[in-house]
Ligand binder design. Structure first.
Ligand code: NAP
Length: 309
């Protein structure tokens, strides 16, 4: 089968299209015929060797930590999935991924894909959608009627977070580049702030939750806009614990997990027409390297999808 693998760390040139054997699932795994995957910033951190502590890499490694496809075979301990089931999920980034014609995935990291959309759109959901869901609700404890500030609201995670927060009944403020502000509002935000030309801390105050996808200075300045007892949840490094503590704010980082229950809730929202993945580009498996370069240079919206079938 065709697969995009790395044998060493470096720039996008370390991604190689290779012909390798179709992997075999262990007892608790399934073999998925991959229809589509998608690009995430973690890909670049992994192939550059910058994510070694969090996601230790064994070479050769097949890239791609989103999958939507059809089950081709199941391990002997898997009883809740059958050959032919249409599934989606996020293989864990220390294991081989889905920039390939087939991927072996733990059965407990998959769920039935949304029925109302095709594999190309479904593949845009798992990693980014799970991150938004768990960041807002599991860690952020966001409730109806609360105010949330979402940084990087136009990107992969942010475009889901705005929609989920709005669905929950929160008052939603998103930050993004000037050219993305109307898009952020179309997603459901009540306000959108141009982070390049405006200081969000001068426009926002007393929020219950900041969902920080940027870190560093953005994370530090976010502390000022959160009400006492509020939360600052980050997908990157939580760096300002002392300052947050002084202001009685809970600062926490997290790594999203591919929980089938969360994937199912997201699929239900998609099938009910309440949430839609945003796909900015579809590229072939052969063009995975170009897709990673495009993703790293981008000021784009939503997700870049890799079409395999
Ligand atoms: N911990 C986890 O489990 C987890 C999971 C997923 C992602 N992540 C991390 O979360 C981050 C976001 O991921 P993603 O998939 O959403 O990335 P993405 O699709 O590349 O989106 C990032 C967006 O950030 C915006 N941006 C850049 N600088 C900004 C700033 N100072 N203020 C506000 N927005 C800014 C850009 O939007 P404009 O075009 O509008 O400038 C860009 O589109 C990445 O660092 C990723 O590695 C972590």
């Amino acid at each position: 089968m065709k697969a995009i693998r790395i044998h060493e760390f470096g720039g996008p040139d370390v991604l190689e299209l290779e012909d390798i054997e179709i992997p075999k699932p262990a007892g608790d795994e399934v073999l998925v015929k991959v229809y589509a995957s998608s690009v995430n910033p973690v890909d670049q951190k992994i192939f550059a060797g910058e994510a070694q502590q969090k996601f230790p890499t064994k070479f050769p490694l097949t890239m791609g930590w989103d999958v939507s496809g059809v089950i081709e075979s199941v391990g002997e301990k898997v009883h809740n999935m059958r050959i032919g089931d249409e599934v989606y999920g996020r293989p864990f980034p220390t294991t081989n991924g889905a920039f390939a014609e087939y991927a072996v995935v733990k059965a407990n990291q998959l769920s039935p894909k949304p029925k109302s959309i095709d594999h190309l759109n479904a593949a845009a959901i798992p990693l980014a959608g799970l991150t938004a869901w768990q960041g807002l609700f599991q860690y952020g404890k966001l409730q109806k009627g609360q105010k949330v500030l979402i940084h990087a609201a136009s990107g992969g995670v942010g475009s889901f977070a705005v929609q989920f927060a709005k669905w929950k009944g929160a008052y939603v403020i998103g930050t993004g580049a000037a050219e993305n502000l109307s898009f952020i509002k179309q997603l459901g935000a009540d306000e959108a702030i141009d982070y390049k030309n405006e200081r969000f801390e001068e426009k926002v105050s007393e929020v219950d939750l900041v969902f920080d996808l940027i870190g560093k200075d953005t994370q530090q300045r976010s502390i000022q806009v959160i009400k006492e007892g509020g939360r600052l949840i980050t997908t990157v490094q939580p760096e300002f614990q002392e300052e947050a503590k002084e202001k009685h704010i809970h600062l926490e980082g997290f790594t999203a997990q591919s929980y089938p229950a969360d994937l199912k809730q997201i699929a239900d929202l998609v099938d009910e027409g309440k949430v839609s993945p945003v796909v900015s580009a579809v590229m072939s498996l052969e063009d995975a390297k170009k897709a990673e370069i495009l993703s790293s240079n981008k000021s784009s919206r939503g997700k870049i999808v890799i079409k395999v079938v």
